[in-house]
Design a protein around this ligand. Structure first.
Ligand SMILES: [Zn+2]
Ligand SMILES: [Zn+2]
Length: 390
């Protein structure tokens, strides 16, 4: 039978494999559909340290039972439509004994520690299959697995109706910067290199803060905040786009709970005035288009190669009409294109043999136009894999 097979990172293909013999208690399933999870992509990129290779991936699975032991506990029959619980656990370690089988000491995840189900048939313990309605379309059944992750989180929270909850992610940089601007007008805020032009305008224009656009990586950002203070530039907030925020008054600890409390206090104050936190973000625009491409470097010494690319780009950009090199850039090369109302940032990844390329624009089609301007330069670099560019 055919299976989706990864001999090693960055290599994927269809391979002829043998269905392994069934163990006792197992059902054989004809796979009809499978989801592609972020963790499958990380397995492909080689950035999920838990994945061993070679590997057949796939843990979001739906299929039809071909055979199942008689008298199985769930009463499953051949022909039933099922989805798969992909987390194989031992059943007798401490986490398993208290019902946290997802934390099993010997957890084996399909497609990660053991072969997954992107194959024509798949063998799995019958008690780890869940029957789904006959009229449920094949293409949506695999979504049951990621859905259970969200449901599990909600169950752990034990939410009751009428309770309120905060979902982090809705503009924390702008919110925290607005709070800091009121407490310490004109002080500095450090963000990372991918910060949008619109957020930078909001920080300096609307809030009147000094903006230091530094490097990727929350430790880099926080250390830069500490350095600015030592140098005599007051800085009260260092925050990375992923949401890692550190505040000067909290000794620049990477402390999410502190930040959440800070926002809640502000929300309570605003409420007295009949306003909400969202009011603090007035005037903050979003880029119309934002894309990120990750370009693998094939060269053995990828850091040196990436450095050469960046030096070459600096020469290439110099004096080219319409290309404006950002003077205050701390990582990679950031070039603005006023006509396209946008910019790109090409840099080295912190850890991986690849160069992330971010492009933003506030004009429809602008990111594609900027990519087309950059493409002839990128095409000169034979060890740079451009196959993921549109
Ligand atoms: Zn998944
Ligand atoms: Zn266990």
């Amino acid at each position: 039978m055919k299976a989706i097979y990864m001999p090693e990172p960055w290599q994927i293909g269809i391979k002829e494999i043998q269905q392994r013999p069934l163990e006792s208690g197992e059902a054989l399933i004809k796979i009809r559909s499978a989801g592609i999870c972020g963790s499958d992509i990380n397995a492909f990129r080689g950035t999920n340290g838990l994945v061993s290779y070679p590997r057949v991936i796939g843990h979001e699975l739906a299929g039809e039972i071909l055979s199942v032991p008689e008298n199985n506990p769930k009463g499953l029959k051949p022909g039933d439509r099922v989805t798969v619980d992909p987390y194989l656990y031992c059943g007798h370690c401490y986490p398993c004994s208290i019902g946290r089988t997802n934390c099993c000491n010997d957890l084996r995840v399909l497609g990660v520690h053991v072969d997954g189900g992107m194959a024509e048939t798949f063998a799995h313990p019958a008690n780890m299959l869940v029957k789904v309605p006959d009229d449920m379309p094949w293409d949506i059944i695999p979504l049951a697995e990621p859905l259970t992750i969200a449901l599990h989180g909600l169950h752990r929270l034990q939410l009751k109706s009428g309770e309120h909850l905060a979902i982090s992610g809705a503009g924390p940089i702008g919110l925290l910067a607005a709070i800091v601007a009121a407490e310490a007008p004109g002080s500095a805020v450090v963000t990372d290199s991918v910060t949008s032009a619109q957020l930078a305008d909001f920080l300096t224009g609307r809030l009147g803060l000094i903006h230091r656009r530094f490097k990727r990586g929350y430790k880099n950002v926080i250390n830069e905040g500490i350095r600015l203070n030592q140098e005599g530039t007051p800085c009260l907030l260092a925050i990375e786009t992923s949401g890692h925020a550190a505040m000067g008054e909290n000794y620049f600890l990477d402390d999410g709970a502190y930040v959440a409390v800070k926002l809640l206090i502000q929300a309570a104050r605003l409420r007295r005035e009949g306003r909400t936190l969202g009011a603090l973000l007035e005037g903050l625009e979003e880029p119309l288009e934002a894309v990120e491409y990750r370009l693998p470097i094939r060269a053995e010494d990828f850091r040196a190669y990436g450095q050469q690319v960046l030096e070459g780009l600096e020469d290439y950009a110099n004096g080219r009409p319409g290309w404006q090199t950002a003077p205050d850039n701390c990582e990679g090369l950031r070039i603005s294109f006023p006509e396209e109302k946008g910019w790109f940032l090409l840099r080295m990844s912190l850890h991986d043999p690849l160069m992330p390329l971010n492009i933003e624009s506030s004009r429809p089609g602008g990111t594609q136009a900027i990519l087309d301007l950059l493409r002839p330069f990128l095409a000169r670099w034979k060890e740079l894999n451009l196959s993921r560019l549109p």
